[in-house]
Write a protein that binds this ligand. Structure first.
Ligand code: SPD
Length: 386
């Protein structure tokens, strides 16, 4: 700043001196003016950005539009669970510049030095974000130094209503949709058309904890024991531990699933595109669903951080954030995008939930590393039927 000031000051002095020049006696030699050298240019980055994001989470053509505009090539890979991304970050040298962890994992990742702070001067479109959501996210990322929301949503129960109604026969739908996946009376009937759970300990144990009335983000292994005791009763009825939930629901392998709100809505669209007449729905359980925030972050050892800032800024344009919500069925934290959301998306209560249901939802927290390990052991034991 000071250097810039000195250069400006010197230039103004020269301009002023040139104006109004008269025949005057030569002035005594001026004292030397400090002329600062220009700041060293940043090293030129290779025109590439490597991104690792959840599957089915970016509108078609968005990466290509960024490439066309900037000349920066986007290498885009996908993952299905927070655990998979976390393992890559812990191993180091992932090669990725941008990653998109859920906030539950992003907190220990930024605390553990796996991510780098954002250079906010290079992301002017941060101004488009909703301050209320940023305040919520600051619980995981104090002062919003590391994380930018990609989207948010909730973990819930999804059903193929047509098949579930048939499989339940004369049994009415439960008041609490979690019963469909956790209560033996229901699972015994629904196993015929397929029950699917997300294949991730940190997705299933928290919803199971919530179902049995415990803190969904408990760090106490005793609570995991209680959760897996409940889960053990329905283990034989669970057909799939799925990493491809959208296609499993849309393609008819599962009629009821523990999944993510937006993915269940994508499955509904995909089933229709495939010619199915079945009705697929994302449900709002009476006891609440678990909210998640997926966040854009830059890896500690990113080789192309400036390209990453450019991509983040591009994504944060109102029209791009609106495309994400309109095409991927997840709500955006981009306030400037809200007036660009299609009415059928804005009015869908399983995308932009209404405030009376929102108040029932469980906000995200995080787990200690030890708790995550204990949770993985408990979950794997449950899967194996132990
Ligand atoms: N298809 C995109 C799915 C994104 C899901 N992220 C969920 C994180 C929840 N813990």
């Amino acid at each position: 700043m000071m250097k810039k000031y000195l250069v400006t000051f010197a230039l103004s002095a020269m301009v002023l001196a040139a104006c109004g020049k008269k025949e005057e006696p030569p002035a005594p030699a001026a004292a030397p003016v400090a002329v600062a050298s220009a700041p060293a240019p940043e090293p030129e980055e290779e025109k590439v950005v490597n991104i690792y994001n959840w599957a089915d989470y970016i509108p078609e053509g968005m990466a290509a539009a960024f490439e066309a505009e900037t000349g920066i090539k986007v290498n885009y890979d996908t993952f299905e669970t927070n655990e998979a991304l976390h393992a890559k970050l812990v191993a180091g040298n992932s090669g990725y510049d941008i990653v998109v962890p859920g906030s539950v994992f992003a907190k220990p990742q930024l605390e553990g030095g796996l991510l780098q702070p954002l250079n906010k001067d290079k992301i002017p479109n941060l101004a488009n974000l909703d301050p209320a959501i940023m305040a919520t996210l600051s619980k995981a990322d104090p002062d919003n130094k590391f994380l930018v929301p990609w989207a948010w949503g909730f973990t819930t129960v999804g059903i193929n209503k047509t098949k579930v109604t048939k499989a339940l026969g004369n049994m009415p739908m439960p008041e609490n949709a979690w019963d469909l996946v956790f209560k033996p009376e229901y699972t015994a009937k629904l196993k015929s058309c397929g029950i699917a759970y997300l294949d991730s300990p940190t997705e299933i144990i928290p919803v199971a904890l919530h179902y049995i009335g415990k803190d969904a983000y408990s760090n106490n292994p005793e609570d995991y024991k209680a959760a897996t005791e409940m889960l053990a009763k329905v283990r034989k009825d669970v057909r799939l531990f799925s990493a491809t939930m959208i296609d499993d629901i849309a393609g008819g392998k599962a009629c009821v699933a523990i999944g993510w709100s937006g993915d269940i809505n994508i499955a509904a669209v995909r089933a229709k595109e495939n010619g199915s007449k079945d009705e697929i729905e994302s449900l709002l359980p009476s006891t609440g669903a678990l909210i998640f925030f997926d966040t854009i972050a830059i890896t500690k050892d990113a080789k192309h951080p400036n390209n990453a800032f450019k991509f983040i800024d591009f994504y944060l344009r109102a029209e791009n954030a609106a495309r994400m919500a309109n095409e991927m069925n997840y709500p955006t934290a981009n306030k400037a995008a809200l007036d660009k959301i299609k009415p059928e998306i804005a009015g869908n209560k399983t995308i932009f939930v209404e405030s009376d249901y929102f108040s029932k939802m469980i906000p995200p927290s995080s787990f200690t590393n030890e708790a995550r390990e204990a949770m993985a052991t408990a979950y794997n034991g449950f899967k194996k039927g132990k």
